[in-house]
Design a protein around this ligand. Structure first.
Ligand SMILES: [Zn+2]
Length: 336
């Protein structure tokens, strides 16, 4: 890999002091600064080169690595580390000896092993600013909690989500480096956090703990497909309706006269409308009537649960004299 000559770029010898590096940089940066050379592409390229050289040579750690590995030191170093690890592993396998399956390694040629690692790390070693391709990687899935009311779970609803997702850095295309050195936008991470708004549809029938998958709205992949967004559903309790699986239980007030003589009661629904229910004479308090297919919709299915209407007999209050007389008359006929 032909490295760049950073010392040559700054016009200084290899052993130049930090002070020399700085003064050479200052002089050249002033000369080739884009503000001083508007529209001059040659000067612009030179300015970038100077900055790249300075970034490395002004940093003791980077300069040391550059001196050892050349301008591709970041990749080279990782490669060297991987190879060293492989060799250490190889050596410990070799020492294992004594009839273990690893004894065969003792006859392996180190050169072969290096070759294996070179091919393994090929994409990696040639990556970076050179635009080499890494293996496509699918984006990660994102999970996001969403609380809905029972009405929303009944009817289905929409939400606008404010998401923060990691995306490949647009400045360096996820490489972490640009021609001018470590990417300034992502500081070498290759990824940036981007807020975004997304309208999502929450289907009718979701339950507490439902996971609604919004395909392709997870994190962006690195050359692979994006991950998925999962909405983790929480359903807020309802003051009137109790959900029992796909059924809905609701208490329906019934007057004493209707309970005794039979009549019609109004059963509330999550749509807001009411359903008329005829009840027979002598309906007991707590009796449950089933209204078929008036319950919760089933997720991903056109069927529904039932509505369970539980009778709650309401005894009369504030009786007038005539009403009290009637109850006394009733009691005299049914003393127990
Ligand atoms: Zn970047």
């Amino acid at each position: 890999m032909a490295g760049k000559d950073y010392y040559g770029v700054l016009g200084i010898p290899k052993g130049a002091s930090d002070k020399d590096v700085k003064s050479a940089y200052r002089k050249l940066a002033r000369k080739y600064h884009p503000d001083v050379n508007p529209g001059d592409k040659g000067a612009e390229a030179r300015f970038k080169e100077i900055n790249e050289a300075f970034e490395v040579l002004s940093d003791a750690e980077k300069r040391k690595k550059y001196d050892q590995y050349g301008s591709d030191f970041e990749n080279q170093e990782a490669f060297a580390r991987a190879r060293q690890q492989a060799q250490q592993q190889y050596q410990s396998y070799g020492r294992g000896g004594g009839g273990t399956p690893f004894t065969t390694y003792e006859t392996a040629d180190m050169g072969d092993l290096n070759e294996v690692f070179e091919s393994l790390f090929k994409g990696f070693g040639q990556g970076g600013a050179r635009g080499g391709r890494r293996a496509p990687k699918r984006g990660r899935d994102i999970e996001h909690p969403v609380e809905v009311t029972l009405e929303e779970a009944f009817n289905g609803t929409k939400r606008v989500m404010e998401l923060q997702s990691e995306q490949p850095c647009p400045s360096c295309q996820g490489m972490g480096r640009t021609k001018a050195g470590v990417c300034q936008m992502c500081r070498g991470a290759g990824r940036v956090i981007k807020p975004r708004r997304l309208e999502v549809k929450i289907p009718a029938g979701v339950k507490e703990g439902s996971r609604v998958r919004i395909a392709g709205e997870g994190e962006q992949g690195m050359g692979g497909s994006p991950g998925d967004l999962y909405l983790l559903i929480k359903v807020a309790p309802h003051p009137m309706f109790k959900r029992e699986g796909d059924d809905l239980l609701v208490d329906v007030p019934v007057s004493l006269a209707s309970a005794v003589l039979g009549g019609e009661v109004q059963v509330p629904t999550l749509r807001g409308s009411k359903l008329a229910l005829r009840i027979p004479p002598e309906t007991q308090n707590g009796k449950v009537f089933k209204l078929s297919k008036q319950g919760m919709p089933r997720l991903g299915d056109s069927s529904r649960g039932d509505m369970l209407a539980r009778m709650a007999v309401v005894l009369p209050t504030n009786l007038n004299d005539k009403e009290r007389a009637l109850f006394e008359q009733f009691r005299s006929m049914r003393p127990n």
